[in-house]
Design a protein around this ligand. Structure first.
Ligand code: SAM
Ligand code: SF4
Length: 346
């Protein structure tokens, strides 16, 4: 095997096959844990990678082992004709999977085109199940449109459709049981994401995170015990009532009767950095080896200028090689990245 075909393995032995692509930093809502309420400084349109530049970058990344893509932002569905990018990327030989994370507001009108373009997996962000609470999270109206978007996505054939709900102490507690019932009644998997220090307002504190184990306990007590799916699929009926979520690798759970899937992204209480397989490219073409990294590599100058494919590949290799062991949120050493979530691409 020549060195140009070696997989993307970092100095901790982690293999990287997953690329998150941010297509814009713009957004039509203003979630408090991500964006400032007002006066957002968006990138100039000329700074954004074009669809052709994104496609070129992906074509270079595939021989290095990238086979899974997810489009994100900002809100990816505000980027015009996004389905044409999906079609370009899904057609690249070696790409096994193209996913999308969206706030769902424009999903009803775009779901059919996205599906036809080859997109198959959608995560819709929805933090609450009432319009009032939705507005507290997003500082905007739009709850009904998101629900319509989820329904449209399922109707045109997306499977799975997952919901991402950021879990915030003082706000999410009342949503937990309704989300449990929602998962059971609709078949949509609900994934709770612990609130991370990537907000534009720099207001994150550890005390504001509602932890995965607290949600597991509440759902188990108020609906029915949750069990990790791995255990459930093997020996569902023999498992103890509690899913165990402290320290084990399992992050996907199901209610004991097999109905209703609940997932957890417990980045704060159970960091999973040692199994991270992701790299990211921002909408303005900066390569990042971690959500929390403090530095990034400019690849726009290469894909836009006269950089060769070898130069782009070597920029990707160097970025992966420099990846740190993990985020340090739970230590005094932690420094919040200058870019908030909407500008990195979640
Ligand atoms: N606009 C799209 C959306 O909201 O789905 C895609 C971009 S958004 C940045 C990607 C994901 O990051 C969303 O599920 C959002 O809830 C999550 N997110 C944003 N800020 C976060 C934070 N501070 N902590 C945890 N998750 C966050
Ligand atoms: Fe927009 Fe998504 Fe950030 Fe919410 S989380 S403000 S929807 S980019």
């Amino acid at each position: 095997m020549s060195s140009s075909q070696l997989p993307l393995i970092d100095s901790f032995g982690r293999l990287h096959n997953n690329l998150r692509i941010s297509v814009t930093d713009r957004c039509n809502i203003r979630c408090f844990y991500c964006m400032p309420a007002e006066d957002v400084q968006f990138m100039d349109k000329s700074e954004l990678l074009t669809f052709e530049e994104i496609e070129r970058f992906v074509r270079v990344a595939v021989p290095l082992g990238i086979d899974k893509l997810r489009l994100t932002g900002g809100e990816p569905l505000v980027r015009r004709e996004l389905h044409t990018l999906v079609a370009k990327l899904a057609a690249i030989p070696g790409i096994k999977d193209v996913g999308l994370t969206t706030n769902g507001i424009f999903l009803a009108e775009q779901a059919a085109d996205l599906y036809a373009a080859g997109l198959r997996r959608i995560n819709v962000s929805l933090d609450a199940l009432t319009p009032e609470k939705f507005k507290q999270f997003t500082r905007r109206d739009g709850f009904e449109k998101v629900i319509e978007g989820i329904q449209a996505a399922r109707r045109v054939g997306f499977d799975p459709v997952k919901i991402n709900a950021v879990s915030v102490r003082g706000m999410t507690e009342d949503e937990v049981v309704p989300f449990g019932h929602f998962a059971r009644e609709t078949g949509v998997e609900v994934r709770f994401i612990e609130y991370m220090p990537l907000d534009a307002d720099n207001a994150w504190e550890r005390g504001k995170v509602l932890f995965a184990h607290e949600i597991i306990e509440k759902l188990s007590a108020e609906i029915m015990p949750l069990v990790p799916t791995v255990l459930h699929d093997r020996t569902a009926r023999e498992q103890p009532a509690h899913g165990g979520g402290h320290g084990g690798p399992a992050s996907d759970f199901v209610f004991e009767d097999g109905v209703g899937r609940i997932g957890f992204i417990a980045s704060i209480s159970q960091p999973f950095c040692m199994s991270c397989n992701r790299i990211r490219i921002t909408a303005d073409g900066k390569l990042r080896n971690c959500l929390f990294s403090l530095d990034e590599t400019d690849v726009r100058s290469l894909v836009r200028g006269d950089g060769t494919d070898d130069q782009i590949a070597s920029a990707i290799r160097s970025s992966v090689a420099a990846k740190k062991e993990g985020h340090e949120i739970n230590t005094a050493r932690f420094i919040q990245p200058a870019r908030p979530m909407y500008s990195i691409g979640g």
